[in-house]
Design a protein around this ligand. Structure first.
Ligand SMILES: Cc1cc2nc3c(=O)[nH]c(=O)nc-3n(C[C@H](O)[C@H](O)[C@H](O)COP(=O)(O)OP(=O)(O)OC[C@H]3O[C@@H](n4cnc5c(N)ncnc54)[C@H](O)[C@@H]3O)c2cc1C
Ligand code: FES
Length: 279
């Protein structure tokens, strides 16, 4: 088997796919919380993705991704037997996995792929891990069977009420942290859209609970050189690729981050339109 070869590619939900890639060194070394940066082809853009699952014995990495723009769309067009041009990693700091007691993990959309390895690692450390997974609709929910194994209780929220509670993951979190006897929750861990993570932090803070978030700002080199993943944490400049991607949610300047993730929206819209017009 050649390095970076695609073993399989499967649709999991609308515009969400799971890809298995042969990358034995990374499969051996990568820890929960870390990520890789891939290029689909030689002149392609570099994009960060989380390794949702790894099998060191076979050298296989499983990545779950949503087709949102040019590079993820091109990735989704690959077939078994094709190869990624390159994969750099493991990148970023590993998650802080220790015994906290009762932990609530909150994931929105494809953020589920980002929290899955952390969820399993927290459970292995003896924590009780409740998981809240949300999506727009039942057809967009992913990795539910994996969360049933990796965590304890699983709560689901969909915007349209087609599965679980109707509403947002934050509504479920609010119920959990305000329920009688909820005083035992020591940590909330979250990944997903910026607005969702910001709201998760507000709810947990009101209940006196610490939140750790895994941020997904725009990244280019992933080594602290380009500055594109800059984020202000406790008033200091940090780079999510080398100082994170995990940070204490209460320390983040969320308004700045919200603006920074939209920096290239115009060019991104233009690029995906061009790609679709070519089809
Ligand atoms: C550490 C890290 C881990 C990640 N893990 C995963 C993962 O496991 N699975 C996955 O699907 N995605 C993940 N992402 C997000 C992924 O990198 C982006 O979706 C991807 O770069 C988009 O590239 P594109 O060229 O397809 O789209 P672009 O044309 O670059 O963007 C298309 C649209 O997506 C939005 N977008 C771009 N980058 C991001 C981003 N970083 N976060 C949120 N929205 C973005 C843009 O604002 C735009 O609206 C991760 C990001 C980081 C930083
Ligand atoms: S991605 Fe370039 S500094 Fe972090």
């Amino acid at each position: 088997m050649k390095k970076n070869n695609i073993i399989s590619i499967l649709p999991l939900a609308e515009k969400i796919k799971q890809i298995e890639v042969f990358s034995p060194e990374i499969a051996r070394k990568i820890q929960p919380g870390q990520f890789v940066i891939i290029r689909v082809h030689k002149n392609g853009e570099r994009i960060p993705l989380t390794v949702a699952k790894k099998t060191p014995a076979t050298g296989i990495l499983t990545i779950v991704f949503q087709e949102v723009g040019v590079t993820t769309t091109l990735l989704g067009r690959l077939k078994p037997g094709d190869a990624l041009h390159d994969i750099a990693g493991p990148l970023g700091k590993a998650a802080e996995i220790m015994y906290y007691g009762n932990v609530v993990v909150v994931a929105g959309g494809v953020g589920a792929a980002e929290v899955l390895p952390v969820c399993g690692a927290l459970k292995s450390k003896g924590n009780t891990v409740d998981v809240i997974v949300g999506a727009r609709s039942a057809s967009m929910l992913i990795l539910l069977d994996d969360f049933k194994k990796a965590g304890d209780r699983l709560f689901i929220a969909t915007d349209d009420g087609t599965a679980g509670d109707k509403g947002f993951v934050t509504d479920v979190l609010k119920k959990l942290v305000t329920a009688p006897g909820s005083g035992g929750i020591s940590l909330v861990y979250s990944a997903g859209p910026v607005l969702m993570m910001k709201r998760v932090c507000e709810i947990a803070k009101e209940a006196g609970i610490r939140t750790v978030v895994s941020l997904n700002p725009i990244m280019i080199d992933g080594t602290g050189m380009c500055g594109s993943c800059r984020v202000t944490v406790s008033g200091k400049m940090k780079f999510a690729c080398v100082d994170g991607p995990e940070f204490d949610g209460d320390d983040i300047n969320w308004d700045e981050l919200e603006n920074r993730v939209k920096l290239f929206s115009g060019q991104e819209r233009e690029a995906i339109k061009k790609l679709n017009d070519k089809k």
